[in-house]
Unconditional design. Structure first.
Length: 199
């Protein structure tokens, strides 16, 4: 096919790398916001350990297998678009959480949504790139994860500091959001927009 290894294949790879950036951005921000969340919602270190680790990982691993199977038999682009939209929505909803249970539900949702990105993305890469350059294409896709992690840690920390300095009284902030809440809401918005583009 003319599309294999061609300009369109490179465009597809760029879109998938962006999805990977958004995937890892949303995954990384919890670590930066832990202290503010814990203090605001009166949670324990054990609660935060569960929310930052197990709550995400269990659902990511479990649904990753099922969604990997779905990627074999269904429209992979649509699967990525739906997954991206869902995990971005759940990331934004995390900013509205009022306690342990609502936070956990949101992290479950992020894990489920994000579990579709790698299986479907790698499958698409295998269609668009020949074996001569496929490993390079996978490396570019994986670089999105490193970029997203670094960007998520830095940007969410900046948003947190800027928001809290600008509105020390959260009641006067837009929508009454605290800094950690704003960081989650802002993190979710680009993914919601990108989901329409990917579809």
């Amino acid at each position: 096919s003319d599309k294999v290894d061609g300009p369109y294949a490179k465009y597809v790879l760029g879109v998938l790398a962006l999805v990977s950036v958004l995937n890892f951005y949303d995954r990384a921000i919890m670590g930066v916001l832990i202290e503010d969340i814990k203090a605001d919602l009166n949670l324990t270190d054990a609660d935060m350990g569960f929310l930052g680790g197990a709550a995400f990982a269990i659902f990511y691993a479990t649904f990753g297998i099922a969604l990997g199977r779905l990627a074999d038999v269904w429209n992979r682009t649509r699967l990525i678009s739906l997954g991206l939209g869902f995990w971005s929505l759940m990331t934004a909803f995390t900013g509205m959480a009022q306690g342990m249970y609502s936070l956990a539900a949101c992290r479950f949702g992020v894990g489920v949504g994000e579990s579709c990105a790698s299986p479907a993305g790698l499958s698409i890469i295998y269609d668009y790139f020949s074996h001569n350059v496929r490993t390079r294409a996978v490396a570019v896709f994986n670089c999105g994860g490193a970029i997203g992690t670094g960007l998520g840690i830095y940007a969410s920390g900046m948003i947190l500091d800027t928001w809290n300095l600008t509105w020390p009284d959260a009641r006067l902030a837009p929508f009454g959001l605290k800094g950690w809440q704003a960081a989650f809401v802002i993190a979710g918005l680009p993914g919601l927009l990108a989901a329409f583009w990917v579809s």
